[in-house]
Design a protein around this ligand. Sequence first.
Ligand code: HEC
Ligand code: HEC
Ligand code: HEC
Length: 139
Amino acid sequence: MYRIVLFSVCVALLCLFSVSGIQALEMPQEITLKDAKGKTQNPVYTPVVMPHQHHVTSGVMCGTCHHKWEDQSQPPERCIASGCHDQIGAEGEDMNKENAAYNAHHNPQSKHSCLGCHKKKKSSEKKAGPIACNKCHDQ
Ligand code: HEC
Ligand code: HEC
Ligand code: HEC
């Protein structure tokens, strides 16, 4: 009995710590992604507004988007952080390489990318976000 109580207390404390760890971060309600501005042949495609909280309440897990996030006491790295999708404004074939910012946001094969996830959801007839260019990009 004593062991069970002790175990429960530990679990409760662990939960408290991990939850407070996340809450200590500022969870953005809405994010404007705008770093490609002026660095691409199509600067008209930026900025893009992302309803961050809307995704969380729609049930998308943090780790689906923040797929390299390990230490959750620290904010997740940006998509375009050095060593990640840091080739901004890449053109032609290079746009589709994993390290391109374009790839991070549009890779049709990846559930981590904006467009990839929206496409997958739509093809399985679930509620999905926009797919048309001009629904994300104000043209
Ligand atoms: C679900 C939303 C979404 C859709 C749909 C979308 N994009 Fe994007 N796109 C983004 C985001 C987010 C960025 C990053 C914006 C920034 O950081 O400035 C981006 C950036 C870009 C860039 C700049 C690339 C770079 O290297 O940063 C181009 C070019 C672009 N999009 C073209 C398109 C085209 C063409 C389509 C239609 C086939 C499209 N996008 C559809 C979200 C979207
Ligand atoms: C649908 C995708 C998606 C989901 C789900 C998601 N995020 Fe994010 N989040 C993003 C994007 C995109 C950014 C901006 C990244 C960038 O600037 O490159 C961001 C930014 C953040 C930031 C700000 C980072 C900073 O440097 O200011 C925090 C904190 C964060 N997210 C926490 C969370 C937590 C916690 C969850 C789960 C409860 C979550 N996110 C779920 C896509 C998502
Ligand atoms: C893993 C899946 C996933 C990823 C990744 C994702 N989304 Fe979405 N997105 C959704 C779903 C699901 C919805 C529909 C939610 C609803 O309305 O119920 C949605 C809805 C949206 C909407 C419409 C919101 C509304 O008010 O109708 C926008 C705009 C959007 N996403 C932009 C983005 C951008 C920009 C990114 C990348 C930075 C992104 N999404 C990444 C799953 C995703």
